[in-house]
Write a protein that binds this ligand. Sequence first.
Ligand SMILES: Nc1nc2c(ncn2[C@@H]2O[C@H](COP(=O)(O)OP(=O)(O)OP(=O)(O)O)[C@@H](O)[C@H]2O)c(=O)[nH]1
Ligand SMILES: [Mg+2]
Length: 438
Amino acid sequence: MVLDKLSDSLTGVIKKITRAPFIDEKLVKEVVRDIQRSLLVSDVNVRLVMDLSKRIEERALQQKAIAGLTKKEHVIKVVYEELISLLGEKQDYHLPTKTRVMLIGIQGSGKTTTSVKLAKFFSKKGLRPFIIAADTYRPAAYDQLLQLAEKANVKVYGEPEGKDPVKIVESGLEKAAHADAVILDTAGRHKSEEELFREMKELAQRFRPDEKLLVIDSNLGQSAGKQAAAFHKAIGLTGVVLTKLDGSAKGGGALSAVAETGTKIRFVGLGEGIDDLEIFDPERFVSRILGLGDLRGLMERAQEHVDEEKVRDILKGDLTLDALRDQIKAIRNMGPLGNILKMIPGFSMMSMPEGATEMTEEKMDRFLYIIDSMSRKERADPKILNAHRINRIARGSGTSREEVKELLNYHRTMKKALKGFKKGRFKGPLAKMMRGMR
Ligand SMILES: Nc1nc2c(ncn2[C@@H]2O[C@H](COP(=O)(O)OP(=O)(O)OP(=O)(O)O)[C@@H](O)[C@H]2O)c(=O)[nH]1
Ligand SMILES: [Mg+2]
């Protein structure tokens, strides 16, 4: 996982909020202190941390919760929003049909790896990528790129013995005439920093990139900000790729420091593999490190799939097997159940009936077959099922007696859990959504 330690401690903070019997000044202060500690440990700048925690405290205590949110949800929302603002705005990455991306950065930052990851990213979007290998300093740079690119099935131009990167770019562009996205991998070492800047400017003049992305190692922590600022001033960047965010203890520092310089974080590298690249989206990112899962994604998908009226019916009346089937179907459309539950604030921390979160898609399908094999009367009132009918249903649905019983058990457990919800432990739109999931 990304930023494991930070994530663990911030998830702990959210747990503290959801578990507290009530929200008062003492709790908010405690929560703020916990957040400060978590961020400082992951190397976020002290001043940023202080500003942020002051805002969280003020808003949590003074701002009124918006209609429909409980006090707890309000505090979680404040923490979530303030962390997002620490990481800057989301940068949309538009994919033009023809694009040229130049990767810049000091040695070992991850340029070559990122060039292949990006190529893969483009080809997943249906564009034909092409990489030009213009690093004439690193020994065997071309071979390294070639090996990686083969894994991704991407074409590369390079000159193993070449000494003139500008000429390589020129020849490479000729070979790349049919490509939609041309990526330029450059050198990371040089006689001096000035020389490196000079070479990059020259290459940019010749290559005419749409994007000049600086590749930075997250392990630099707060110094990542300084590096971004220096390169931006010298070369004029369009964005930054932060690599090695997986397992970097200083990831929080790198992210916030770069965001603070105003240079946009475009992508994050999350591993050595060619698929370990993500568009950087602060909202999704913060949800994840808070253990809230993908909150916004869930909101969108929940709206698509959960029929409001059915939810209301369930809440009004009993959870019939018909209703359960609709719910399983809705969940089935959204993806693995555990993931969905993780997306709901507070939910992952709540005690769930044993096994309820572990239902696989296969199991959901089998449950659906079973329900479909029952008569309408049985679905409305499963208590009328006897051993004989259970056998028939098992045979009719291609499952076993045990599975039919398992479903009936599951149904009873869910019904009971739902009653708990209805008693009003959770209120507001999020709670409504949670109920919708049941
Ligand atoms: N864990 C992890 N390792 C990465 C990531 N990106 C790159 N690396 C590793 O970092 C090392 C350096 O990566 P390169 O892509 O060769 O870096 P470079 O910037 O091209 O380096 P030079 O060519 O020497 O300038 C390699 O071992 C990569 O596997 C990442 O996101 N996560
Ligand atoms: Mg390289």
